[in-house]
Ligand binder design. Structure first.
Ligand SMILES: Cc1cc2nc3c(=O)[nH]c(=O)nc-3n(C[C@H](O)[C@H](O)[C@H](O)COP(=O)(O)O)c2cc1C
Length: 396
């Protein structure tokens, strides 16, 4: 499949309707995704990125329908991750000497993946590839989201090829922001930022400042996943600025797991207490073992505070709780408050262990947590409501 984006730019990629898990099991992609590759034709012809390896042959066939492969003067590899570089071996088996323009770090990761002595041409920010009547200007973007990541900007057409930045895991035949459901698109763009880019928010802020200081016109942002931003491309750039600035809404998320429902009863009573003390605060509850991790991380991203609950099992915490704690630790969230709760039978280590993990994850711990013996009765539930009220009041 291919379509024309501008007079000089064609999309040639793969819409992956059936993708449901990405990065192994780490990211759920309920709406599928796409791998976007772009063919830029001026006086010279350049391919920007490729697609994931399962689709390499179909990709090269589609590309051949657009252009004689021998006429491709250069391939830009903005990012070495296999969902974008996966078709390189197939393509380069046909055009082995084609120069690959990439960052210095991409040479390491591409060699690490493919072990090939390809014709690497290392570029740095500000370097240009001239297509005769227009230039591709390279902009290194280290840690957005790998050390090798890079953007490139096409002059005259005013197109930013932003690779994973500004992407969304979203399959749609329509491929443009103004043609798809805006709520779905916003949901996917936010989920993508929360789960992929949050740890790199300081780099996002710097890169946006750098892009703005280039003071170049921007007509299109062409990411490597999901739809192209064309209606007002600065909208998503402004959203990224907002999200990168330790984003939070008036929301508190409770994440818990339970064996015999005691900790669930606690969570629900704590939520009642929060709602009673702060009716405007949105409270969301997730049983971790039954919920989608990507959605939970997105809700933690939106929250000003999180409460994590586990009963004590074998002097520890439930494994699902350990899993989500590890996931949110890696997100390096800032300016978020937290506390722990849980039911226990005799030794009751879970609350202390969760608190410790939340502290290591950069959360500001509001109190020592709240533990309750066995199944809460009415008195226990009232204690939970009180603890919920005190928690939300202490947030200020
Ligand atoms: C397999 C198992 C191991 C447990 N280990 C501990 C323990 O080491 N220390 C403790 O205080 N309670 C322990 N308990 C008791 C639970 O923490 C207690 O039943 C609690 O109320 C369960 O809460 P829940 O229904 O939210 O899971 C254990 C319970 C089970 C079923």
């Amino acid at each position: 499949m291919s379509f024309s984006v501008t007079r000089n730019v064609s999309w040639v990629g793969k819409i992956d309707w059936e993708l449901r898990k990405f990065h192994g099991e780490e990211y759920t992609t309920a709406r599928g995704s796409s791998y976007n590759s772009y063919l830029v034709r001026g006086e010279k012809t350049v391919l920007v990125d490729t697609v994931w390896s399962p689709y390499d042959r179909a990709f090269v066939q589609d590309l051949e329908r657009l252009v004689d492969l021998q006429k491709i003067d250069a391939v830009v590899v903005n990012h070495a991750e296999v969902d974008h570089s996966g078709a390189l071996p197939e393509l380069l088996s046909r055009i082995p000497d084609v120069p690959l323009y990439c960052s210095k770090n991409a040479v390491k990761s591409l060699t690490g993946y493919y072990h090939k002595d390809w014709n690497f041409q290392v570029v740095r920010t500000g370097d240009k590839f001239s297509l005769g009547n227009m230039d591709l200007v390279f902009i290194e973007a280290p840690m957005l989201h790998w050390p090798d990541s890079m953007f490139c900007y096409l002059t005259e057409a005013n197109v930013l090829f932003s690779n994973d930045a500004f992407g969304q895991h979203y399959a749609s035949e329509f491929m443009y922001d103004d043609l798809v459901d805006p709520c779905e698109l916003f949901d996917e763009a936010l989920k993508y930022y929360a789960n992929i880019l949050t740890p790199f928010s300081p780099s996002v802020r710097k890169k946006i400042d750098e892009l703005k200081s280039m003071n170049v016109p921007l007509d299109l942002i062409c990411p490597s996943h999901g739809v192209i931003w064309r209606s007002r491309p600065m909208n998503i750039v402004e959203k990224y600025e907002e999200w990168a600035d330790d984003y939070q809404e008036d929301q508190i998320t409770l994440l818990y797991d339970t064996m015999w429902n005691a900790t669930r009863v606690m969570a629900e009573a704590i939520a009642e207490g929060i709602r009673a003390a702060s009716p405007s605060t949105e409270v969301k509850l997730y049983n971790i073992a039954r919920s989608d991790r990507t959605v939970m991380v997105t809700d933690v991203f939106r929250s000003k505070a999180v409460l994590v609950g586990s009963s004590t099992i074998n002097n520890g915490i439930l494994s699902s709780v350990a899993g989500i704690l590890e996931e949110i630790r890696g997100m390096k969230f800032k300016q978020k408050k937290a506390a722990a709760f849980g039911s226990y039978g005799w030794s009751g280590e879970s609350v202390k262990l969760i608190t410790q993990r939340l502290r290591e994850g950069g959360f500001e711990i509001v109190n020592d947590g709240f533990k309750l013996l066995w199944q809460p009765g009415e008195e226990g539930r009232e204690q939970c409501r009180k603890w919920g009220r005190e928690f939300v009041n202490s947030l200020g």
